[in-house]
Structure formats: C-alpha cells, structure tokens
Design a protein around this ligand. Structure first.
Ligand SMILES: Cc1ncc(COP(=O)(O)O)c(C=O)c1O
Length: 440
C-alpha cells in the first residue's frame, strides 16, 4: 500500500518543476496509469474533465467505509462521533488548502451544486427570506449580474436562471478574437448596478489564468459580490482566497485527485451568516414546528440531508497528497507541459490552438481545432492510439461560438503527466491529419 506521494516535496526548491524521476515515482501511486487501451499504454490527457486518484485516496475512502462508517452530526454512538470528527477534519484540511477558516467551507456534491447554492440563496433572499441581513443578496429589476463569455455552462446557466427569477439583468463580458476577456468592456459593464460578478479563474477551454486582481478591483469599486469558479485552478495552482480577495469560490473534488460526489463552496464568513439556505430539510435546523423552522449557523445551514462523509475524507487525502508534492511545484510542472503542448500543436500545419495568442500565463491544458477534421474524428483516432482527450464544446458553447467553431479537441495534464505523453498527443494529431487527408 502506498500512502505518500512518490515525489519528495522537500527535495527541490518551491516552484521548481517536478523532475522526470519524481513524476515516474509518483505515477506508481496511480494504478490506472498502468492500463492498456487498444493495445497501447494509456496516455491520460483528460484530467481537466476528471483527475485520476492515487492509492492514498482510494485507501482513505475504503478505510472510512470499513472502520468508521456512520452518519455525522447525529447519533450519540461512538462511530457517529468518530465519523463526525474525521468529516470535520476533512473540512479543516480543505480550509487550510485554500486559506479559509473551517466555518467558511460548505460541502456540496460538486462545483455545479455550489454555484446553484449561491444562485438559489440569492433568489430566496430576493423573495424576502433572511430578513434585513440578507439585503446584499436581494436582486430585482435594475440590478445586474455580470459573468463572461468564456464560462463553463455551470457558471452561466445558474445566473441566467437567477436573472429570470428575480427580474435582474445578466450582462456578459465579451471576448476578443483570440478568446481573451475584454477588460476594456469589463470596465464599462461592471458598474453601480452590478450586484454580483462571477467568472472563472482558469478557462476550461483555453487554459489561460485570468487576471483576477483587475476584475476583483472593478467589482470592489462598486460593492459587488465576487464569485470565482476555481474548478480548473484549485487542482493546479496554489490558491489563497484571502489574497485573491474574493467572496465565494467553488471547487470540484474529482478534478483534484478526489472522488466524484464531493465539491465545496468557500464563502466569506459574514456572507454565509447572512445568506438564507438553498436546500432545506434534516441536519440544517435548530427548532422545527409544523409551520416553521429555525436554521443552524453556517456551514451546517447549507448542508441539508445526510452528508457525503467518505468522499470528504477521501478528498482530504487527495489534498494531503497534493500538499506533500507541493502546489508551487505542480504548477511549475504543468506550466512547462502546457508550453510544450501549445508549442507542439501550434507547429502542426492546419492546427489552431484556441487562445494561443493570449498573453497570459496558462496551465497544462489546450484545446485545438484541426482544419477540415471533426473533433470527434480526432478524438477517435487518438483513442485508437491509447490517448484519452476530450472532444466537443467542453460545456462552453458561447466561447466556441465566439471563436467561430462548434467543437474542439482538448488535452489536459496533471502532476502525473510526462513530457513523453505530451509528445504522444502532438505526434498523434500529426498522424490523424495524415490519415484523414489521405482518406479525403
Ligand atoms: C471551469 C469549470 N467550472 C465548472 C465545472 C463543473 O464542475 P462539476 O461538473 O464537477 O460540477 C467544470 C467542469 O468541467 C469546469 O471545468
């Protein structure tokens, strides 16, 4: 059984990319990376969709289920108390990882639910719930919600629906021809009417790291709430919610070595305290009569029903794993792979790497369009070589439409990705072009 990462976090200075040896050793912790697909060793380049899990994470979930399984915050029995303790320890682990306090972390089933939690809490506030403390969350005609054209649908549709329910207007920061956020337009759009600004830290299509400082400063200047979609940043970059000065952030556990079924919302304490609940039911109340209920303080106010305890415990093991390797080193490793990926793909005739002209730092993720070949055909060809990539619109149809395409192929790395695997996808795309052109 392996419980610690193959990489020795103390062996190299902070921010130094992982060495080939370190990557090779830590890959041993991920059994699935030894799989064969169609007679080829698996080259997994779809971590942007979901990451693979190390043994430490698989073991943590199994260990909980085999020794501690019980519902938390309820029973008076020993197992329930112990389960509650590890559940709350997991919350503390995630809080430390993102620079928050324990009471500022709410467990959800994924990032999508966390974003809907904010949106539905705000529409409940708009219906008058939460008393005067919830004034900041109330929306109505004349108020504006601002998001961007590059968002994952999970950070767009909840705001469309919130606007429809409350009469507020949704405004969208446009992209330039390369796909970069138009900060000149953002400065005009974010104004006195803006009540909330929601944007992604790292684009799940372009891989660029957005200028959080500039956008947060614009929102702060008009007193708007800031929601950061950290799904594609928290797994790959050091992230500190206080330094970023954001009000809310959302993450998905399965994108950061954890299991599916667990995500989280970070919310600034005073905001969570003032926000009315989204889901209601058991575990989130103090007193209930047949006509009314009083609610627990956060985070429990937002955690209705039986909780995902083994998933939270496994996510904490994932965070420990990432922290042991070191987020600055993971970020440096992936920045290097990302540059190699973009350079290699850009050099192939007929390949357009989306957003490659954007002068922003990027993570190890790139999407591309191959002239005259549908992304599904590219993906199928690569799969035949054992290379797993994502094809389609990646839940970002407005971004694709803005760039004049309906789909693309996306390769995304993680700490366990080798340079040879990036070479494999670059070579695979060249071969795909050769194959389809010959057939044409
Ligand atoms: C940027 C971004 N936001 C939100 C999500 C939604 O995450 P989930 O489906 O785990 O809720 C994703 C998932 O791909 C994403 O990449």
């Amino acid at each position: 059984m392996s419980t610690s990462p193959g990489a020795d976090a103390t062996a190299a200075p902070s921010g130094h990319p992982l060495t080939e040896d370190e990557v090779r050793r830590l890959r041993e912790d991920f059994p699935i990376l030894r799989a064969d697909v169609h007679g080829h060793p698996l080259v997994y380049l779809d971590s942007g969709a979901t990451a693979q899990r190390p043994l430490a994470v698989l073991d943590a979930e199994r260990e909980f289920a085999t020794t501690l399984n019980a519902a938390v915050h309820r029973g008076a029995h020993t197992l329930a108390a112990e389960a509650t303790e590890v559940f709350e320890d997991a919350r503390a682990t995630l809080a430390r990882f993102v620079g928050a306090d324990e009471g500022e972390i709410v467990w959800t089933s994924n990032a999508t639910e966390a974003l809907n939690l904010i949106a539905y809490s705000m529409s409940n506030a708009s219906l008058g719930r939460g008393g005067s403390a919830a004034d900041r969350f109330r929306l109505g005609e004349g108020d504006e919600i601002v998001t961007t054209e590059m968002e994952h649908h999970a950070n767009l549709i909840p705001w469309q629906e919130l606007a429809a329910r409350t009469g507020a207007t949704l405004r969208v920061i446009p992209l330039d021809d390369d796909g970069a956020l138009r900060l000149d337009a953002a400065a005009e759009i974010i104004g006195e009417r803006t009540k909330l600004l929601a944007f992604t830290h790292v684009s799940n299509v372009l891989g660029v790291i957005n200028p959080v400082d500039t956008l947060v400063a614009a929102a702060r200047a008009v007193g708007a709430l800031v929601v950061l979609d950290a799904c594609q940043s928290a797994p790959h970059l050091p992230l500190d919610v206080r330094t970023l000065d954001i009000d809310f952030a959302v993450i998905s556990g399965h994108k950061m070595l954890g299991p599916t079924g667990i995500g989280a919302l970070y919310g600034r304490r005073e905001l969570l305290e003032a926000m009315p609940p989204f889901l209601t039911g058991g575990s989130m109340i103090t007193t209930v009569t047949t006509t009314a209920a009083e609610y627990l303080p956060p985070p429990q106010r937002f955690e209705a029903g039986t909780q995902r305890v083994s998933q939270a415990v496994a996510l904490a093991a994932a965070i420990d794993y990432l922290s042991d390797v070191g987020m600055p080193r993971i970020a440096a490793h992936e920045a290097e792979l990302g540059r190699h990926l973009v350079d290699g793909l850009t050099a192939i005739e007929g390949v357009r790497v989306l957003g490659s002209g954007i002068a922003l730092p990027r993570v190890g993720l790139a999407s591309f369009d191959v002239e005259g070949i549908h992304s599904h055909d590219v993906g199928q060809f690569l799969d035949d070589l054992g290379i797993a990539v994502r094809v389609g619109h990646h839940c970002a149809q407005p971004l694709h439409r803005r760039l004049g395409i309906i789909s693309s192929t996306r390769a995304s790395t993680y700490l366990y990705t080798t340079r040879a695997e990036v070479d494999a996808v670059i070579d695979g795309v060249s071969r795909a072009i050769e194959f389809f052109r010959r057939g044409a």
